[in-house]
Design a protein around this ligand. Structure first.
Ligand code: HEM
Length: 279
């Protein structure tokens, strides 16, 4: 009700405000550094944004300005770090939990990539099982269970629901990712959800971890690439397993901005079969 009042109250939120201010200061500094550089072919986000500010200078309703570039960069870091890291964390936990699936991924990676020095994103097409496993990780972990808050800019009707202009919408992504009508074993880890009967990768329309529509996650392609490259690089090199004497995995999530795994120990054991060829 009174968001401004927070800055006058003591508490741990003050630490968040301090970090936020430090991040803003850093990005502001980077923006100034970019402006001082000699004009060049735009090759990073801030340079592109600054050139857009110049192009839109005569547009009275332009939203491109130097305050916004700071917030947009913050949004990209906020949206793009925890989500991808948490998904990878879940991927390793599921691989420990489903040892046979982990071995099958390692077998496929070994057979297809052989002694190739590094995996490329284009290799996913030759790695249908690995690709399906990663999709299943994203589906079952449902890291972003509820999409961003939206508001109807005009009155509309969807699936017989009338939504007047101004209605606040919170897309429940978990409802589709676990919908028993869309997934054969919706509550279980099953890479078969993304494979056809011949073992080829198969798209499922209900796979919407990045949401959909105009406001679909702008980092979707980057996230998919990062996840694939990290997963397909880690799995041939290490076997992931529980440490000796472990009580077992804890699969329940901790609810926060994203659905986090519980803190727990897993071991990355170097696979002897893979010691030599990769550089
Ligand atoms: C596994 C990784 C990721 C998942 C599951 C994910 C998921 C999502 C979802 C569900 C939304 C809300 C879409 C909506 O309904 O409006 C969203 C928004 C957003 N994501 Fe991601 N995301 C991921 C990675 C990334 C990355 C790598 C970036 C950028 C580098 C990013 C940047 C953003 C931003 C800026 C928004 C807000 C977009 C807007 O307000 O229009 N995300 N993401």
């Amino acid at each position: 009700m009174f968001p401004w009042a927070f800055s006058h109250l003591s508490g741990s939120h003050q630490k968040i405000f301090q970090h936020h201010e430090a991040s803003r200061g850093f990005i502001r500094h980077e923006t100034i550094r970019h402006k001082l550089r000699a004009p060049e072919v735009p090759k990073d986000f801030i340079t592109c944004y600054l050139s857009q500010i110049t192009k839109a200078m005569d547009d009275p309703v332009s939203i491109f300005n130097e305050e916004n570039v700071i917030q947009v960069v913050i949004d990209l870091f906020l949206g793009g770090t925890d989500t991808t890291a948490t998904t990878l964390h879940w991927a390793l936990i599921y691989m420990v939990h489903h040892g046979a699936i982990q071995e099958r991924v390692q077998r496929e990676l070994g057979e297809v990539l052989g002694t190739a020095p590094a995996v490329g994103y284009e290799d996913r097409e030759r790695l249908p099982y690995t690709h399906a496993v990663l999709h299943e990780v994203q589906r079952l972990s449902g890291v972003v269970a509820v999409g961003a808050v939206h508001q109807c800019v005009t009155s509309t009707c969807m699936c017989s629901y009338y939504m007047p202009k101004g209605t606040i919408i919170l897309p429940n992504l978990a409802s589709v990712l676990y919908d028993p009508q869309c997934w054969e074993t919706s509550q279980q880890f099953n890479p078969g959800h993304f494979l056809d009967k011949d073992g080829n990768f198969a798209v499922n329309e209900a796979f919407l971890p990045f949401s959909a529509g105009h406001r679909v996650c702008p980092g979707e392609q980057l996230a998919r690439m990062e996840l694939f490259l990290m997963f397909a690089t880690l799995l041939p090199t290490f076997r992931f397993q529980l440490p000796e004497g472990s009580q077992g995995l804890r699969l329940e999530y901790v609810f926060g901005g994203t659905l986090q795994p519980q803190p727990q120990e897993i071991c990355a054991v170097l696979r002897l079969s893979n010691l030599s060829p990769r550089k």
